[in-house]
Write a protein that binds this ligand. Structure first.
Ligand code: ADP
Length: 810
């Protein structure tokens, strides 16, 4: 029996041990998975900002919190995802993180067209108006246009700032957050605050200050926010979008909204109705009672209820003020002045500070309440004693900047007095902002020196077309300096018809932000219109929206003038060429007519001289007369030769000079048939001569003249004419005619191509001096050229360049 019990006990113990082991295994499995480096697919990485209340900020433990975070947590919960937050400092960082995949989503992001390029947005999770808030007593500001000339506070990076930053007519100033903006409004420092309406309303409600301010006019804009998801993550998008759709119709959503913005107006519900009815009945009864007790009792009761109500209001307002004080992101400290024996302020005690005070002044480790400022800050004299004394004794609220050099930190302080001899400071650490400003200033200085150094005019304008500045080269050409041009538009700078074109081009560029280039004109500071080439491009703000444009132009007056001069010259040459061609034509006509008309009388003289010689043949004439008759006959023959050559020369310019593909060898064969060769002359050429693009009549004439000259001006016992030809480029064929004749001195190489230019007398060599002129004219008509190389006594080579047939023509 004992053994049996023992066995059962063992079985129970074993089962128990197994169960414990199983539980431990289940508990540690996620840890093991994490250690193995596995990524839980249900984790969703979410971007959050560290300081953008009420959407995102960090709570006291450094955890992300805010309206956007609560919404995101709820959406993730519905979608079955585990949120993991990554905190960033700026919007730029957040957007970059989404683009490069560091995070999967950005909760509650303003939905804009530009952002849709890199993110998909779920249904809006909130839509709110951006409104103008003024003090309750304000009567002048009733709409946005009444802000002109007023002091208006916005929070940088907030939509209000984006909407108003370019409006030059407003005296714009900045607060760190909505709380500070509200404080600046109520203190009278600013006339209006422009900010998302629910945020300010919720803050005002919490601090019991709702009756001190109101909304003026219509909202400036309606803004929608949705959850931004990396583009292309369709599955994640659908999951989150469905979850958002579920959430916004649920009570959870209303609760979250109420938590951050102070409740949604649900309209006139049954609950309201019964409450109102109850109130109506109660007031009716109260009326009856009042009629019955018209006495002192009535007065006493009224007084009592007023005291109760007033006490309640006071308590509530105190509670609100306490809340604001406790939760403010700004340091708040209350102080009391300490006077010396002569009644002069010598220090001040710190009587009360909020938690943010210690958070900002993290170098203070002990409590400061009740201590003197000179001791707490270790600055010898208490900081700003003089200024604070004035404020504490009735002076106006003042803004100060304190540079704590020993700590390397800068603070912005807003100080005001709430009771005699006391003052309150509201402050923030602006070291980082100042450093950024100084970096920006340095960068701006660099840009401005760079722009000054650029020798071509540069200008820049904001989105609305107002000039922001220009460089020195611009001022030199157009007149206004960078300061003077600020706030002007192109209509202030150029005549209307030019300005309209500029303006339209600017609008085109803003709508379609690509580099823009065009030729137009400007009117310079001396009123001279100059042709220019514009090159312009846009620049973007922190949010990635087009913020303005930068442009430059190049004065092309010189280029234009050169183009015009060239055009004029071309026109002049064209006229000259046509006149020349007409003159040539007339000359050739004239030469033709003259030589043609001369032929008849010459023939008559020749005939008459022959008749006279025949008639006188039987007579015994003196020898001189016989010689004269011979001379006459010879002169007439020469004259006929000249006229024939002249006719040939003018005929060359009149024949149909169409070009065709010719086989050079065939042409040469034909040419040689027409030449009677002296016995001691030899003409040689290769059979593989190229084809040329030429006119056969002209080419034959050219070759005939060159070959006969080579034979004629030759004293060698054996006359040798060598002809060759080759294609020397894609478009040119060169024919060479080489002789072993008397050669030509280089100084005559040009002259010999002119009409009637000869180097010898007729008694030496026959001829009229037209042969080479015909060669040159013929070659040029065919689109070619002719040149020669020669050494006197050693022969001559004539080079004739003609067109080669194109590949398609062969
Ligand atoms: P022509 O032959 O009627 O004299 P051209 O116009 O043919 O007239 O020639 C002009 C001059 O050029 C000739 O008078 C001659 O002095 C010179 N000339 C032409 N061809 C040759 C050549 N192949 N060798 C040497 N001299 C030449």
């Amino acid at each position: 029996m004992t053994a049996y019990l023992q066995l059962r006990l063992n079985i129970v113990m074993t089962c128990f041990a197994l169960m414990i082991a199983l539980v431990i295994l289940i508990l540690i499995s996620p840890i093991m998975a994490a250690e193995n480096g596995e990524q839980d697919p249900s984790i969703i990485k979410i971007a959050s900002l560290d300081d953008f209340p009420p959407q995102y900020f960090l709570d006291k433990t450094g955890k992300a919190t805010g309206f956007a975070i609560d919404i995101m947590n709820e959406v993730a919960d519905i979608a079955g995802l585990k949120p993991e937050y990554i905190i960033f400092k700026t919007w730029d960082e957040v957007q970059l993180a989404l683009k490069n995949g560091t995070v999967d989503v950005i909760p509650n992001m303003g939905i804009t067209e530009r952002r849709k390029e890199f993110a998909d947005f779920t249904l809006p999770v909130e839509t709110f108006p951006v409104s103008i808030f003024v003090r309750s007593s304000e009567t002048e500001i009733k709409s946005a246009k009444d802000l002109t000339g007023k002091r208006v506070t916005v929070v940088k990076v907030n939509i209000g700032y984006v909407l108003l930053k370019d409006n030059k007519s407003i005296n714009l100033n900045y607060a760190v957050n909505a709380q500070e903006a509200m404080m600046l409004l109520l203190s009278g420092y600013t006339d209006a605050v422009v900010y998302p309406r629910p945020v300010i309303e919720s803050l005002a409600l919490k601090s019991g200050l709702s009756d001190r301010m109101k909304v003026a006019g219509e909202p400036l804009e309606e803004v929608s926010r949705g959850i931004a998801i990396s583009k292309g993550r369709t599955e994640l998008f659908n999951t989150l979008n469905n979850a958002v759709s579920d959430l916004i119709t649920s009570n959870d959503y209303k609760e979250i909204y109420a938590r951050w913005y102070g409740g949604i107006d649900e309209g006139w519900t049954t609950k309201h109705l019964s409450l109102s009815l109850g109130l109506l009945v109660a007031s009716f009864l109260a009326g009856l009672i009042l009629i019955r007790y018209q006495s002192l009792a009535k007065f006493s009761k009224e007084l009592k209820s007023r005291i109760v109500e007033r006490t309640r209001q006071l308590k509530e307002s105190e509670e609100n003020a306490r809340l604001l004080f406790e939760t403010s992101f700004l340091g708040i400290a209350e102080h009391k002045l300490i006077y010396d024996d002569r009644g002069l302020p010598k220090d001040y005690t710190i009587s009360n500070v909020n938690p943010a005070y210690y958070h900002i002044l993290d170098f203070i480790t002990d409590t400061v309440e009740g201590k003197k400022a000179s001791e707490v800050y270790g600055t010898g004299e208490a900081p700003f004693l003089e200024e604070y004394s004035l404020i504490a004794r009735g002076g106006p609220p003042t803004e100060l900047e304190l540079n704590f050099e020993s700590l390397n930190r800068i603070f912005r302080i807003f100080a005001y007095s709430h009771k005699s001899d006391s003052f309150v400071t509201v402050f923030e650490d602006i070291t980082e902002r100042k450093e950024a400003e100084s970096r920006e200033k340095g960068y701006n200085r660099f840009i401005s020196s760079l722009l000054s150094a650029i020798p071509i005019p540069v200008f820049y304008k904001d989105r609305k077309g107002y000039y922001i500045g220009c460089n020195t080269a611009f001022t030199e050409m157009m007149g206004p300096t960078s300061e003077e041009i600020k706030g002007k538009t192109v209509y202030d700078m150029a005549p209307k018809e030019i300005a309209e074109v500029y303006h339209q081009k600017d609008l085109d560029l803003m709508a379609n932000p690509e580099n823009q280039m065009y030729e137009f004109k400007i009117k310079d500071k001396n009123g001279i219109t100059r042709p220019v080439i514009f090159a312009k491009d846009v620049f973007y703000d922190d949010q990635g929206n087009v913020a303005g444009l930068i442009g430059t132009f190049l004065d092309i007056t010189d280029r234009r003038n050169a183009e015009l001069a060239l055009q004029k010259k071309e026109e002049k040459y064209r006229i000259l060429a046509s006149e020349l061609s007409r003159a040539n034509e007339e000359l050739s006509q004239y030469a033709f007519v003259v030589s043609h008309d001369l032929k008849t009388p010459l023939r008559a003289i020749h005939n008459y001289s022959t008749f006279i010689a025949e008639d006188m043949s039987g007579l015994d004439l003196p020898e001189t007369v016989r010689q004269d008759l011979k001379g006459l006959s010879k002169a007439v023959k020469q004259c006929q030769g000249l006229v024939d050559d002249l006719l040939e020369f003018s005929r060359i310019g009149r024949i149909n000079s169409d070009l065709e593909i010719l086989n050079l060898k065939n042409i040469l064969d034909e040419v040689l048939e027409g030449i009677s060769l002296p016995a001691m002359a030899r003409i040689i050429f290769n059979n593989d001569l190229p084809c040329v693009k030429a006119n056969s009549i002209l080419l034959k004439q050219v070759l005939t003249n060159l070959i006969t000259n080579g034979i004629k001006f030759n004293n060698s016992p054996e006359i040798l004419i060598e002809i060759s030809g080759k294609q020397i480029s894609e478009s040119t064929v060169e024919i060479m005619i080489r002789d072993n004749g008397i050669g030509i001195d280089e100084k005559y190489h040009q002259q010999i191509f002119q009409v009637f230019q000869r180097l010898h007398t007729r008694s030496e060599y026959e001829g009229s001096g037209v042969g080479l002129a015909i060669v040159k004219k013929g070659v040029e008509i065919m689109g070619g050229s002719v040149r020669l190389e020669s050494t006197p006594g050693k022969g001559t080579i004539f080079f004739v360049s003609l067109q080669a047939p194109s590949e398609a023509e062969t």
